[in-house]
Design a protein. Structure first.
Length: 147
């Protein structure tokens, strides 16, 4: 994109010879106004092109070979809610949707804590079995006990 000064110089060179002195300033102002409007239009067009490219990429990612939109992958929370919603509804038919989701959220928190505890227990037991005692660590422990 050419700079505003360059565009102005090009257009001011085309000033009519029969223009009156008092009209020169308004002519120059009109040139500046036109340049600004053209620049705005170009920016809008460029941003629209970018948006179209982005949306085309998004569409392409979500469409399979047959042109069918692929469903988005659910995260663990969403999958848990989907899997357990019917069970809660059958166990507690008198609950409203809000209460049902609150109960599911409580169960999710308990489930998450339980899985987190299992992971930490597993990782701790792996650390204990994988790491043999180092002689330097034993010497440090002995020095502390003597003092």
């Amino acid at each position: 994109m050419a700079s505003m000064v360059m565009l102005f110089k090009e257009r001011i060179a085309n000033i009519p010879d029969n223009i009156e002195d008092k009209d020169i300033i308004s002519y120059a102002k009109n040139i500046i106004k036109e340049i600004k409007e053209e620049n705005k239009k170009k920016k809008v067009e460029e941003s629209e092109k970018i948006k179209k490219k982005r949306s085309a990429k998004k569409i392409a990612k979500n469409i399979d070979e047959n042109g069918i939109e692929k469903p988005k992958k659910l995260n663990k929370y969403q999958q848990y809610m989907k899997d357990n919603q019917q069970r809660i509804k059958e166990e507690n038919p008198d609950l409203s949707n809000t209460e049902r989701f609150a109960k599911l959220a409580e169960e999710w928190n308990e489930y998450k804590k339980a899985t987190k505890d299992e992971k930490t227990d597993e990782s701790e037991s792996e650390k204990e079995t994988d790491k043999p005692d180092k002689p330097l660590e034993n010497k440090k422990k002995e020095k502390k006990q003597k003092v």
